[in-house]
Design a protein around this ligand. Structure first.
Ligand code: URA
Length: 438
């Protein structure tokens, strides 16, 4: 089918057959479709939607538009597993989960992204570690996935190139917010990593990518269905993002938090609970545990023994970072020169957090980008962020700001006062794990 005929069919609300979708996606990847045609196609899909069969075909074609990683030659002793999140604030799950699952026998080739809008990016966090390279050669990446069990790196140009072009066009044609396009974009990249199973963490709440709880649920259901039909068993969890997941947000501060969790210095907490639940799903999906209790028991033992921390250290050293990060984190991770507390103006309970605004405060401190070419300041961010529902005394710190300059800290303080709402009555936080969709 000619591209213009396929675009016309979609524009008029007719479903596209799989071979027409494959043809369109290969034309996006190799440039046979013009930017105008890519934009028109994206708008037609945005307006008319796609049924499950079309979304599966779009996902498979996106996955197959470039290299699909093949691990068979490496004789890996365990399954190839990954997790993907729709992104949030203080969401450093990947830093803890990858090495933790590796310590339990999984192999985790995690291709991660940079911060987007108010959300932090795993690559930006890892780059706060001096020397850590997110663009290793393929041989190093494969060796680490085999030997350390985990490597967290950046997108290579050869994985799902159709998505790279389509996403850039969607970004400037008001067509990002389309369920089939989002599903195919996320899964096309993930499924190109040659996974045996995937676990998705779809966030719900004021810091989530999707605008409403219903939209988050719809995305989780579509991802679980489409990925499984495309041959990669996938479970999706709906988890709370109505407050930062960890009590910190930024880059070096989140690496410090990951180290604290991995070494057992930080016990319990929301970050640990979400990470442990996602990791248990991965062990189950990969056949590394017979049931949830066995998965949790194995995870707890591997964390307590230091095995998960050791995998993190191996990954960091293998990708060019310091070999003694665990022992000498303060010597290696940058710290900001200005530290300021945000103090409660009155007594009350922390009743609501505008998590998106908290994320934007980090961006404005220099911890994220306003423009794609901006450099990031790895040292800045927030720590000691109070939890939703906490009883707060007048003058008590609600968060600690780490800034490059006094003026930046002052701006962030004003923003945080607006983002953190005190209420008179106690108010419980939403449940952390809201649903599991298989
Ligand atoms: N993340 C992606 O990778 N693609 C989308 O379309 C949206 C979020």
């Amino acid at each position: 089918m000619l591209p213009q005929e396929a675009i016309r069919a979609k524009r008029d609300g007719r479903p596209l057959p799989p071979d027409a979708i494959r043809e369109l996606v290969s034309g996006i990847a190799d440039g046979r479709l013009s930017d105008a045609q890519v934009g028109a196609l994206a708008m037609a899909i945005y307006l008319q939607g796609m049924d499950d069969a079309e979304t599966v075909a779009l996902t498979e074609a996106t996955r197959d538009s470039g290299e699909v990683l093949d691990w068979t030659g490496l004789d890996l002793p365990g399954p190839v597993l990954d997790k993907h999140s729709t992104g949030g604030v203080g969401d450093l799950v990947s830093l803890v989960l990858g090495p933790w699952v590796a310590a339990c026998g999984g192999h985790v080739p995690m291709i991660s992204g940079r911060g987007l809008g108010h959300t932090g990016g795993t690559l930006d966090k890892l780059e706060a570690i001096p020397g850590y390279s997110v663009t290793p050669d393929t041989a190093t990446f494969r060796r680490l996935v085999k030997d350390a069990g985990v490597a967290i790196i950046g997108q290579t140009g050869s994985l799902a190139p159709a998505d790279k072009r389509l996403y850039a066009v969607r970004d400037v044609t008001a067509t990002v917010e389309s369920l089939p396009l989002i599903v195919a974009s996320i899964l096309g990249k993930k499924l190109a990593c040659g996974l045996d199973a995937l676990v998705m963490d779809v966030k719900v709440g004021s810091g989530a990518f999707m605008p409403t709880p219903a939209a988050s649920r719809e995305l989780a259901e579509a991802i679980a269905t489409v990925a499984s039909r495309a041959g990669t068993p996938t479970t999706a969890l709906l988890t709370d993002m109505s407050q930062p997941l960890a009590p910190c947000a930024g880059n070096a501060v989140e690496v410090r938090e990951a180290l604290a969790v991995l070494t057992g210095e930080r016990r319990g907490g929301r970050l640990l609970e979400v990470t442990r639940t996602l990791a248990a799903e991965m062990l189950l999906a990969g056949g590394l545990a017979a049931d949830r209790d066995a998965a949790f028991a194995r995870l707890d033992e591997r964390l307590a023994s230091g095995a998960a921390a050791e995998r993190f250290a191996r990954m960091v050293a293998g990708l060019g970072g310091p070999s003694d990060l665990l022992e000498r984190a303060d010597a290696h991770l940058p710290a900001a020169p200005v530290v300021r507390e945000v103090r409660a103006a009155r007594a009350g309970h922390l009743g609501a957090i505008d998590t998106r605004a908290v994320g934007m405060a980090v961006v404005e401190l220099g911890g994220g980008r306003r423009h794609p070419a901006d450099a990031i300041d790895p040292a800045v961010g927030l720590t000691d962020i109070a939890e939703l529902g906490a009883a707060i005394a007048a003058g008590q710190p609600l968060a600690r700001i780490h800034a490059r300059r006094e003026a930046d800290a002052e701006r962030a303080e004003a923003r945080l006062h607006d983002a953190l709402t005190l209420s008179d009555a106690p108010c419980p936080a939403p449940p952390l794990i809201q649903d599991t969709i298989r």
